[in-house]
Design a binder for this molecule. Structure first.
Ligand SMILES: [Zn+2]
Length: 449
C-alpha cells in the first residue's frame, strides 16, 4: 500500500525489472557468521554527512533538529513484492536506511528514503488475512469501528490504501454502508462479497485528484508508514473532508515505541519510511486540523490506532498519551545498543543450532523476514541450515523474496524438510503455527520474535 500525495498522479507502477543496479546484487554469504551487521553498528566513515545533527528537515513538523540514530546499508527496496524468478529477486534495487529522530515532534523517518525505488503494483502481497489470529483481530476492529461511529446503510466509508480490500469489504458487509477503496495493489478478482454493489475500488495511489471523494468515515490502515511526505498526506486527507465536520477518521499503523523498546531491528525496513509513536502521530494530526479523540495500541501493542475528527484549524492536545517525547528520546538514544544485543543473541542462538546440524525454517515471508535475512546474512535456501521460508498465503508460494532470492514455500513443504527449529517472525502467531506444525506431526523448537 502506498499513497503519495506528492505523486498523486503517478500511474500504477509496473513490475520491477527496470532501473536495477547491477552492482547491488545480494552477496552470496553463507548463513550466520555474524557477517552482516547494520552499518549503524560499524565505525563511522570520517566526514560522513550522517553524523548526529543533520541537515534534514522533519517531514511531519518541518523543523530542523533531526538526529540520525540508526543506519543500515544495502537493504532491498521492497519486501512484499512477489518476484517470479530468483534472478529478479537477487537483482532487486537496494537502498539505504538512516533513521532520523525529530526532537521537535518525535517523528522518526528514513532520511535516505528514495521514492524512485518504489514499485507498488498488483504484485504487492501484503495481506495477513490468511491467519485466523489476524482475522479475529479484524473482527474486533470492524465491530468496534461500526459501533463507535454508527456506520450503517446510506453512509459511505473511504479506505485509503485498502490493499486487497478485506477490511473495507468486511466493514460494508457488516454495517450495510457503502465503500470506496483506493490502492494500486487491489485485485478485483479476489473480492467476492454480498456488498459488491455498494463497493467501488480505484486501482491507483491516493492523491490530490481524489480529493473530491466524499465519505462519512475515512480509514487508512498500514499505509502512512509507507509515505514520506506525511504532513502533505494528512493535510490532503483533511482537505478532502473539508467542512464536513461529522466525518470520523481512523488510522492504524505499526507502533514505533515497541520497536524501540525491544530493539526489534527486523521491524525496520525500506518500505517503511515513516515511523510513529502515539505522541508524534497525534501531533501530526492536530497540526493538520484534527481533534484527536482516541489514541491506543492494539494487537499485542504492535499497532497504533488513532481516531480523529476534523477541526477548523490546528488543535490542542487533549490526551495524556501524547506526552511521550522524553521517553521516546531516551529510547532512541539507547536503540543502537539494544539492536546490537538483540542481533548478537539471535545470531548466537542460530549458530548453536547450526553447529548441531539443525535445519532452520522461517515462518512468515513478509517484510520482517526480508529485513531479518538481510541483517543475519542468511543464505539462499538449499544450504543445510536455512531449509525453507514458509508462508500460509498461497499467493506467495513459488515466488521469491527480494534481496535474498529465497523461494517461498507452503507449510506443507515442511513435512519432508522436517526442520528442527522454526523462526516465527511474529510471536503473535506462535500458537497457530505450533498447531499447524503439530497437525503435520512436526514438533520443532520455535524461536518467536
Ligand atoms: Zn518533527
Amino acid at each position: 500500500m502506498h499513497h503519495d500525495p506528492a505523486r498523486g498522479d503517478s500511474p500504477v507502477k509496473g513490475l520491477p525489472g527496470d532501473g536495477v543496479n547491477p552492482i547491488a546484487r545480494a552477496p552470496a554469504r553463507s548463513l550466520i557468521h555474524g557477517a552482516s551487521v547494520p552499518t549503524s553498528l560499524s565505525p563511522q566513515a570520517p566526514g560522513s554527512p550522517l553524523t548526529g545533527e543533520s541537515p534534514f528537515t522533519c517531514s511531519a513538523c518541518g523543523s530542523g533538529g533531526i538526529q540520525i540514530f540508526y543506519r543500515v546499508k544495502d537493504v532491498p527496496a521492497h519486501s512484499c513484492l512477489m518476484l517470479s524468478s530468483r534472478e529478479e529477486a537477487l537483482a532487486f534495487p537496494r537502498g539505504e536506511i538512516a533513521l532520523g529522530f525529530c526532537k521537535g515532534c518525535g517523528f522518526i523517518g528514513n532520511m535516505r528514503f528514495d521514492p524512485g525505488l518504489e514499485r507498488y503494483s498488483a504484485a504487492y502481497e501484503e495481506t495477513q488475512a490468511y491467519s485466523p489470529r489476524f482475522l479475529r483481530f479484524l473482527d474486533e476492529v470492524w465491530e468496534e469501528q461500526i459501533a463507535r461511529f454508527g456506520l450503517g446503510p446510506g453512509m459511505t466509508a473511504l479506505e485509503i490504501g485498502c490493499g486487497k480490500g478485506e477490511f473495507l469489504v468486511g466493514l460494508c458487509e457488516r454495517s450495510g454502508c457503502g465503500g470506496i477503496g483506493v490502492d494500486p495493489g487491489y485485485r478485483p478478482e479476489r473480492t467476492r462479497s454480498s456488498a459488491a454493489q455498494r463497493l467501488s475500488f480505484i486501482r491507483d495511489l491516493y492523491g490530490p485528484k481524489y480529493a473530491h471523494l466524499q465519505a462519512d468515515y475515512v480509514c487508512c490502515r498500514h499505509t502512512l508508514e509507507h509515505i514520506a511526505p506525511v504532513r502533505d498526506f494528512v493535510g490532503l486527507v483533511r482537505e478532502t473532508i473539508g467542512e464536513r465536520r461529522h466525518v470520523n477518521v481512523f488510522f492504524e499503523l505499526p507502533d514505533m515505541e515497541r520497536v524501540l523498546q525491544q530493539g526489534a531491528f527486523w521491524d525496520i525496513y525500506y518500505e517503511h519510511c515513516s515511523y510513529f509513536t502515539r505522541g508524534s502521530l497525534a501531533r501530526l494530526f492536530r497540526a493538520a486540523g484534527f481533534d484527536v479523540h482516541r489514541l491506543y495500541k492494539a494487537y499485542d501493542d504492535q499497532y497504533l490506532m488513532l481516531e480523529a475528527q476534523p477541526a477548523p484549524g490546528p488543535t490542542d492536545a487533549l490526551l495524556p498519551q501524547e506526552s511521550d517525547l522524553a521517553t521516546i528520546s531516551s529510547l532512541v538514544a539507547r536503540f543502537e545498543r539494544q539492536v546490537s544485543e538483540r542481533l548478537q543473541s539471535l545470531s548466537d542462538r542460530l549458530a548453536r543450532h547450526r553447529a548441531r546440524g539443525h535445519r532452520l525454517a522461517i515462518w512468515g515471508s513478509g517484510s520482517k523476514c526480508v529485513s531479518l535475512i538481510s541483517s543475519l546474512a542468511l543464505s539462499p535456501a538449499g544450504g543445510p541450515e536455512l531449509a525453507a521460508v514458509v508462508d500460509i498465503n498461497p499467493h506467495k508460494h513459488g515466488k521469491f523474496l527480494a534481496g535474498s532470492g529465497l523461494e517461498i514455500v507452503s507449510p506443507e513443504a515442511l513435512r519432508s524438510l522436517r526442520p528442527e527449529v522454526v523462526l516465527v517472525m511474529n510471536s503473535i502467531y506462535s500458537d497457530e503455527i505450533r498447531h499447524d506444525l503439530a497437525a503435520r506431526s512436526l514438533h520443532p523448537e520455535l524461536i518467536a520474535l
